[in-house]
Every structure is written in C-alpha cells, then in structure tokens.
Design a protein. Structure first.
Length: 744
C-alpha cells in the first residue's frame, strides 16, 4: 500500500516542491465501509433514498425557485450534489490593491466601491470606470456598453466587493478589463479573510449567484456524507483517491486548492470508472451468452483461399485473423471491431473469415453503406471466393426483379455462401439458409438497429458480428465509444507502399495552374486522378463554391485529349455505378466527384487526389479521401486546395501535410474537434462525461478501465447485496441505456 502511494502523482509533485505535502495521505480516504479489497463497496444502497429525495423536501422553496432549479436539471438532492461549479472565485489569497497588477496572473482583491465615472471617447461613445479602494490603493474596473450599464446599476458607492481579474498598471493607475466580481453583504465582507475558494455555478434567469451558492453549500454540508461510495478501497488506495463523500463536499466548498484538486481527480476517475463498469458489464453479459452455432477447426476453402493470394498477409493481418478465428470458435458470441487504416487490407481478412464460415457450414453476409462500395466488395469478394468454390451474390436497391429473385433464392437455398449488399440486405424478404457470420463495413454509417436487423437473419440470432472501420479510432475513444466490443487493429500497411506526398495550395490562379500541371504530368505517365468537391451544386448561400458539375465542365474543356468523368450524389445508382466502372476500367482518366467516393473505392492506378475547398472537409474525411490513392506501386500525390480561413481548418490541413498515419490523424482530430463532438455520447448511448476529459485525462481513463475490469472479474453479474450501491450508481448514471446492449 505504501508502495503505491509513493507512485501517485501527488508524491511526484511533492518532490518537485510545487505543492505542500499532505501531513497524512490517508486523511484523504474516508473510513472504509468494509475490509474486502474488491468486495462490497457500500452496503447502504438506502443512501440512494436520501440523495434521490426531491429538493423541495429539503427546504421550503417557492414554486418559481423550484422551476428555475429544474431548468438547470436540478430536481433531487443528488442532482444538486452532482451540479459541479462552472469555475471558482479564489478568495483564499487576497491581494492588497497596492500589490496588484504585477504578476500578470489572475489576482483577487477586496475593497469598497469608491467612485464611478463615465469617460467619453473620441468616437462619441463612452466607457465606465468603477473605482475600488481597500485602504492601500485604488483599482478601476473598466467596462463598456451593456456591462457598464449593469455594473453602474448594481454597484453602489460603499458596497463591499471582491474582484478576480487580470490587473494592469499604467499611467492611468491599476485597471482591469477582464474580471469577475461579486458584491458581498457586510457579514460576508467580515468573513472574507477566512479565505474561501468560492464556487461559481451556472445560473438561469432570476437566480442569483449568491442564492445558488448558499443553496448548494447547505445541501453539500448536509448531504455530502450520504453520497454512497462506488470505488473499492483497494482501488482508492492504489490511486490515492479521496472518498466520495469528501469529494462531494470539497467540490462545492473547497478548503484549499489541494483539496479541490483531489476532489476533481476523484470525480474524474469515478466518471470513467462508472462508464467502464457499464461497458464492461455489457460486454461480459454478451460474452456469457451461449452461442448455438459452432465453427469447425478445419477450413478447406479458407486454406485454399490463403494459398491463392498473390501476396503474404502482413503480420498485423495475421494477428487480426487469429483473433477473429479464435473468437468465432469459442462458445460465446463475437462482437468485434476490426480497425485498420485505409489500404491496410481488411477486405482480405474479412474474406478469410467468410470462407471459414462457409467451411463450417454457414453463410456470411457483408453490409456496406453505399451502393458503390457494396458493388466493389462484391467484385473483390467474388474474385477471391469463386475460385475456392464459394458463390457470392449482391443485393441492392432497385435491382431488376428477375435478378433480385435469383439472388434471394441463392441465399435462401444456401446455394450462395456469401451475400453482399447495402442496407437492402436487411429488408424482410431477404432470407438466409444458415447465416452464421455478419460483417458490417464502415459501421459509423449504420445505426445499431440496422446491425441488429442483419444479425437477426442469422441462425439463432447469429451472434457472430464483425464490424470493420477504416477510420482509425484513438485509443481513448476505442475504450469508450466501443468499450463493449473486442477489438483488433491492423496497424501495418502491406510492404512496398509509398506514402502519399501531400501538399497545400491556395485558391489562387497561380496555384490552380500548379495543380493543373501536376494533373497533366500524372495523366501523361498513364495514371488517373480524382478531383473532389465538397458540394453538388452551388447554392445562393455558398455562392463561391466551384461545384463539381462546373468543375467537370471546365476540366473537360481543358483536357480535350483525356476523358473526364463525373460522379455525384444526385445521380441515380446506375449512373453512379457506370461512372465508377468507367474509371476503374481506365476508360475515364479523371473522375470529378463529390464525396461519394470517400470510402473504400479501390483503383490502384489512381495516383493523384485533388481536393478543392479542402478546408471545408473534416480531418478524417480528408484522410479517407487521400486513402483513395497510394494503393498501387506508383508514387502518389494529394493536393489540398483551400485557404484554411480558421485556426481549426489550418490545423486540419497542416496535420494532413505532416502525417499519413491514420492513428495520428485520428488523435489530432480528437484534439481539434474536442471529445464531445467526436464521442457524440447522446447518439452513442453512453452517459455524459461532465468533468472528465477524454484526451486530457487519458491516464485516469486507462486506470479506471483496469479497475473496472478487476471489479467485473470478481463480480461478473454485479449481483449480490455487496453490489447494490454500484448497481444503483450505474442505473443513476446510465439510466435505461445500460439495457440497450450494443448488438441487441
Ligand atoms: P482496406 O479495405 O483495409 O482499405 P483493402 O482490403 O481494400 O484495404 O486492401 C487494399 C489493397 O491492398 C487491395 O488491393 C488488396 O488486394 C491489397 N492487399 C491486401 N493485403 C495485402 C498484403 N498483405 N500485401 C499486399 N497487398 C495487400
Ligand atoms: Mg476496404
């Protein structure tokens, strides 16, 4: 125990002398509820009765006040305890005004309003200065417009105030323009030197900071102790986490910066811990279900396929295949995510798994998000599979009736071993004789329901699902968004691939000519090129967009010796397919398109990707687009044309130039866009993270996942009295979402 305490981050700080050591590190731990290391956590689930009490039961309050609180999502005592402050006003270190304005940091002063002045500007407007005096010197709060009016009204001469802000010294004296302030009562003014760090809460119309703060303080003082512990003692010791009750109190009423830091650490850990408990429990529950289909160990066709490949599988491909086969063979259902950068060779791996399913007497289905992609998969897979005696059929929307009937019959009778298609595959009249393996490509394009519907077509629910994605997922995201799936990563490209050379161009005449010359050069070498635009047709609102249709026209005019094809979302399925086929066969040399070619299209002879208005694309989208080239033996190029008007778009384009590694790109994307947007917790059915931050707190996330895994291992069904509180916490955080298993 002592050992692990020495490892904790706080002891490191201790050494560097940044923070005062704690007298007694154990002080941070609430007395244990019992001794068992992974045993019961908190017997008193009845504590939930307390924290689930409505606020109204705690204190008499007006209906309008209750409404205001409800607007902020606060209905129960527990809601209030979980309503963490938005920020803190540091009153613990008050500075005399005569010392303010030298540190360049945010400083806090305390004084009385001594004067108010409107100062006219030359432009005929005015600003306001409110002078605060504390006996050592005076400082001015400078405000403009609405804020000035509000300040003048709310601050009366003689009012005691506390102000936190960045103060500056100049010929005008000590001033601040960026500040937060708070008017005090006389009583508070007397108490202020006791030095509190005061919480600042989110408010709603009609609710003052002061009333909010005192309500929260009362509730925290009264009920923080009732917060049931969720994290086992051993885990708390290992990671030096303060107890739940203490964290609940200190987050609202911090005694010191250190206490606040510890409270935050604890709450962040807990958010991850409960998230992981839920995910891992869901995973476990899924795994312990018995699968009623069995895959053989012998794989005649799979072996033949392996031997027929014109290349050696990469080490990463073999590892992924090994994972998949092992799990298919096991008695529990498979729910696996296969990640691999564009071009890493996922299709071959999936073909092997399908061949093996057929060897075992089952059929396999592969669902792709677009018709073009389904068609391509169909072609690739038939080329792989028909030589080893496996029939593949394609199911898509708008097929001629006779063709469709033939395909359906082939699946229903079991003549075809593999069915490939778009979501047309999950229509009710598509029936399989013995579907044993369901594969979904580019899962983020499909909803959970569509996945489930495909699986339901299987033998006994065919609990064998493989999900493929060419969008690499950062580790932190893989642990959260896909935390209930087992995962395989193909993190290696087939050897001999040359990284795509990427360059940025501005939207100037000169740069367009440069890009055009690059295009001519590649065409003369016998290569092909993509030109991608963000929209189909220019609309009024985006008048400056050179749309694909227009671009196609111009390029056709300028390239009389070459064939320029066009592909966009408003074309019919057949037209799109024709355009794609012509490009694949080499009949068209340049394909002008919108992002319909984004995923999965494989034309090895294409060596140039030109993206127009590249600043309008997301990072992972750009990476997908670039992945369309560099698939053959030739050196390939990617030209990103765009200004990058915002810092964010600059950062995206820069990231593209700097790396071709999909995982690095994915991490960058997470950094630029922020986890909220990438995680999309609401859609993904995960509880929100309120204090924890996916990238900033990634260490805590990993530790919490390990701790949760250990807990689940010892309490696989979260049953028994000892888990009452944990279950109650899970249902509090997850609500009904925990029931919604990822695959149904
Ligand atoms: P992904 O679907 O992961 O983007 P694909 O499966 O389409 O990648 O593979 C891209 C290209 O690389 C295909 O032409 C495929 O035949 C080829 N390929 C796959 N694995 C290997 C390998 N181990 N060595 C050489 N080429 C490979
Ligand atoms: Mg692919």
């Amino acid at each position: 125990m002592t050992q692990s305490l020495f490892d904790n981050p706080r002891s490191k700080l201790q050494k560097s002398g940044e923070e005062k050591p704690l007298e007694n590190p154990f002080e941070f731990l609430n007395p244990p509820n019992d001794g068992g290391p992974h045993g019961p956590v908190d017997h008193s689930a009845s504590k939930f009765d307390i924290i689930n009490r409505p606020i109204a039961a705690f204190r008499r309050m007006s209906a309008s006040r209750l409404k205001q609180l409800e607007k902020l999502g606060l209905k129960t005592i527990g809601d209030c305890l979980d309503n963490y402050p938005r920020s803190y006003l540091d009153r613990s270190e008050l500075l005399s005004i005569c010392d303010a304005g030298r540190s360049g940091q945010v400083e806090t002063i305390h004084g009385k309003v001594a004067d108010k002045k409107d100062i006219p500007t030359r432009a005929g407007q005015s600003f306001t200065k409110i002078f605060i005096y504390d006996g050592t010197d005076g400082a001015a709060l400078v405000a403009f417009g609405k804020r000035a009016g509000y300040l003048k009204k709310s601050l009366k001469l003689g009012d005691p105030v506390v102000v936190s802000g960045k103060f500056k010294r100049s010929d005008w004296g000590i001033e601040t323009t960026t500040f937060e302030y708070e008017k005090l009562t006389n009583e508070e003014a007397d108490l202020i030197h006791t030095g509190r760090i005061a919480p600042v809460y989110q408010l709603t119309a009609g609710l003052q900071q002061r009333s909010m703060r005192s309500l929260m303080a009362e509730i925290a003082r009264e009920y923080a102790d009732a917060m049931p512990e969720t994290i086992p003692l051993e885990t708390r010791l290992k990671h030096s986490l303060v107890g739940r009750a203490r964290a609940a109190l200190q987050i609202h009423l911090p005694d010191s910066h250190e206490e606040l830091r510890q409270a935050r650490r604890r709450i962040i850990f807990e958010e991850f811990y409960l998230l992981q408990l839920g995910l891992l429990w869901r995973k476990k529950r899924h795994e312990t279900r018995r699968k009623r289909i069995k895959f053989t160990t012998e794989g005649e066709k799979a072996l033949a396929l392996l031997n027929s490949l014109p290349f050696q599988l990469t080490k990463a491909q073999r590892r992924a295949l090994g994972d998949i086969m092992k799990e298919m063979r096991s008695r529990s259902p498979m729910n696996r995510l296969l990640q691999g950068d564009v071009g890493s060779g996922k299709t071959v791996v999936s073909a092997m798994a399908m061949a093996w399913a057929v060897d075992s007497g089952y059929q396999a289905a592969l669902m792709a998000p677009t018709e073009a992609l389904a068609h391509q998969h169909y072609e690739t897979l038939s080329a792989f599979l028909s030589p080893v005696g496996i029939q593949t059929v394609l199911i898509k929307g708008g097929m001629p009736a006779a063709e469709r009937r033939a395909a359906l019959t082939a699946l229903e009778t079991g003549y075809a071993g593999v069915g490939v298609g778009t979501h047309a595959l999950i229509e009710p009249d598509v029936k399989f004789a013995r579907l044993g393996l369901a594969i979904v490509d580019e899962q983020h394009r499909f909803g959970v329901n569509q996945r489930v519907r495909l699986m339901k077509k299987g033998v006994a629910g065919a609990h064998t699902l493989l999900v493929m994605t060419a969008t690499p997922i950062p580790r932190t995201l893989a642990m959260t968004k896909y935390g209930d799936m087992s995962q395989s990563v193909i993190d290696e490209l087939p050897s001999g691939r040359l990284p795509v050379e990427t360059k940025r161009y501005n939207e100037t005449r000169v740069d367009f000519e440069r890009v055009f010359n690059l295009l001519i050069k590649e065409l003369k070498k016998g290569r092909q090129a993509y030109v991608v635009y963000p929209l189909v047709e220019s609309s009024e609102a985006m008048g400056d967009i050179r749309d694909a249709v227009d671009g196609h026209q111009r390029l056709s005019n300028r390239l009389p010796d070459w064939n320029v094809g066009l592909l966009h979302g408003r074309m019919s399925g057949a037209e799109k397919l024709e355009a794609m086929e012509k490009f694949k066969s080499g009949e068209t040399h340049v394909l002008v398109s919108t992002t319909v070619i984004e995923v999965g299209i494989d034309v090895p002879n294409a060596s140039l990707m030109i993206v127009i208005h590249a600043d309008r694309f997301g990072l992972s989208q750009l990476h997908q687009l670039r992945g369309r080239v560099g698939r053959g033996p030739h050196q390939s190029y990617c030209a990103l044309v765009g200004w990058g008007k915002t810092d964010e778009s600059q950062a995206r384009l820069e990231a593209m130039v700097q790396t071709t590694d999909g995982f690095e790109i994915a991490e960058k994307d997470l950094e630029i866009r922020g986890p909220g947007e990438v995680l999309g917790t609401r859609q993904s059915g995960l509880p929100d993270l309120t204090m924890a931050h996916l990238t900033r707190d990634s260490e805590a996330l990993k530790a919490a996942r390990d701790a949760a895994a250990a807990f689940i291992d010892e309490n696989p069904d979260l049953g028994g009295q000892g888990c009452d509180a944990v279950r109650a916490w899970l249902s509090r955080k997850w609500g009904g979402r925990l029931r919604l298993a990822s695959v149904g």
